[in-house]
Design a protein around this ligand. Structure first.
Ligand code: SAJ
Length: 422
């Protein structure tokens, strides 16, 4: 079986780079997305998301005729589903996008096709997807009923790429391939070997699902440990950054870095998929989520304290004379991605509650949009340093690391990333 046509369903942060990389290996790729604007943008050879170098790869793939986007699924030899899996109320996973994608591709499936679920999913989602497909196509057989003899092969191959390095990691990272049967895995390995230079390691669909959740929960728990340490050290008047540097000199200790909370679309979400399946057992994983989700409020309390201290030292002033500058809006350093960013949440909350001026500094973006633009104005680093009384460092961007220490003199500083509090 060779894959002449590959369809990628969901052209977002994972689907679009994956489609483009297949196309760059001269595979005919049909990208499917419900968003007409995204489809039109891609068909013009442009992109609607932020990821270094992706614009060039997509442009080349579309111009060479290997990549085309559409809103309506078409026949293909392999389908990769890369749609969002957010959570709904009570942190329960929302599989409605997977359900919609399965029902959309079902009519064009044919004997011998491979369907891969790439979306980060709770354990059991691949089996559920296969059930939706089987329900829609009683004329075809599926692995859950026909095992190795099924017409359609189904596997889970979670994406594990780091935003900002997606194109490199897609090719270089090892890939966990969880087929519903060994034959399903074998076929999926063959497909990924089109571009994956890392190892394709085979397991079951359920283990592959849990593996992805485990990776992000591991990171979440470790960041929570660092965040909790920062709160403890603050109480004990110990510099947490120095403490972590010292502890990490131990050959078997490697503590991550505290921050204002955990942002992005993966680490703050995926652990809940474990918790919602096994609420009684997942005690540590749940607590880690709560520790990290509680950190922005702790930072806000620190900001209030810094303003109070400033006012104590400057008795002629009132709170509305105090200018606060929030340094950084992105969810992690040196990127321009503001989605699910604790820095944005904190800055918005400061702007909503502080009676004086609040300045936002984000060197990676040109202008603010949406709700942020209503309340805030973007300032350059130097301007903000000149005007602010209280400085809140929220993201460890390189522009902030470059600020000369003497420029901070005379300011109250809340440094959530240890950039200046060395
Ligand atoms: N963070 C800290 N302290 C640290 C490390 C991170 O506070 O020491 C914060 C960051 O500032 C950010 C958040 O955690 O707000 C998440 O950032 P990240 O760089 O840890 O991860 P993501 O969300 O960009 O990407 C993660 C990656 N997972 C792991 O490293 C285990 C990536 O490989 C996954 O593919 C991605 O989630 C995903 O899509 O699931």
């Amino acid at each position: 079986m060779s894959f002449e046509i590959i369809s990628v369903v969901g052209l977002g942060y994972i689907g679009l780079p994956t489609a483009a990389v297949f196309a760059s290996r001269k595979k005919k790729v049909i990208g499917v997305d419900v968003n007409q604007t995204a489809v039109d943008t891609i068909n013009r050879g442009e992109i609607h998301i932020i990821e270094p170098d992706l614009d060039m790869v997509v442009h080349a793939a579309v111009s060479a005729g290997y990549l085309r986007a559409t809103t309506r699924p078409e026949a293909a030899d392999a389908f990769l589903i890369a749609v969002p899996t957010p959570f709904k109320g009570g942190h329960a996973p929302d599989l409605s996008y997977i359900e919609a994608a399965s029902k959309a591709i079902a009519p064009v499936l044919k004997r011998g096709d491979l369907v891969i679920l790439e979306s980060t999913s709770p354990v059991g989602a691949t089996e559920q997807m296969a059930a939706w497909l089987a329900e829609a196509r009683s004329d075809l057989t599926f692995p859950q009923t026909h095992g190795e003899d099924s017409d359609i092969r189904v596997a889970h191959c979670p994406e594990r790429v780091l935003p900002g390095h997606v194109l490199r990691e897609l090719v270089q990272n090892d890939r966990v391939i969880g087929g519903m049967t060994p034959k399903c895995s074998k076929l999926a390995v063959k497909l990924y070997k089109t571009f994956v230079e890392g190892e394709c390691v085979v397991t079951s669909a359920r283990t592959a699902e849990m593996c992805k959740l485990t990776e992000n929960s591991f990171r979440d728990v470790n960041i929570a440990f660092a965040n909790e340490l920062s709160i403890i050290c603050d109480k004990l008047d110990i510099n947490v950054w120095e403490l972590i540097r010292l502890a990490n000199r131990h050959p078997r200790v490697n503590i991550l870095q505290p921050g204002p909370g955990v942002g992005g679309h993966c680490i703050a979400v995926d652990p809940w998929f474990i918790v919602s399946k096994t609420p009684e057992q997942a005690k540590l994983i749940r607590t880690a989520r709560e520790v990290n989700d509680g950190k922005p409020q702790w930072v806000l309390d620190k900001v209030r304290l810094a303003v109070a201290e400033y006012l104590q030292e400057n008795t002629e002033k009132t709170a509305k004379d105090v200018t606060i500058a929030c340094f950084g809006l992105a969810f992690k350093p040196d990127i321009d991605d503001l989605r699910e960013s604790p820095a944005v949440a904190i800055t918005q909350q400061v702007a909503a509650t502080h009676p004086g001026p609040v300045l936002a500094v984000e060197p990676n973006i040109e202008k603010l949009s949406g709700k942020l633009a209503d309340k805030l104005t973007l300032y350059k680093v130097e301007q903000a340093l000149a005007e602010a009384d209280v400085i809140v460092l929220l993201v460890d961007h390189k522009e902030f690391k470059d600020v000369a220490k003497p420029l901070l003199d005379g300011h109250k500083v809340v440094d959530t990333r240890g950039v200046w509090a060395v």
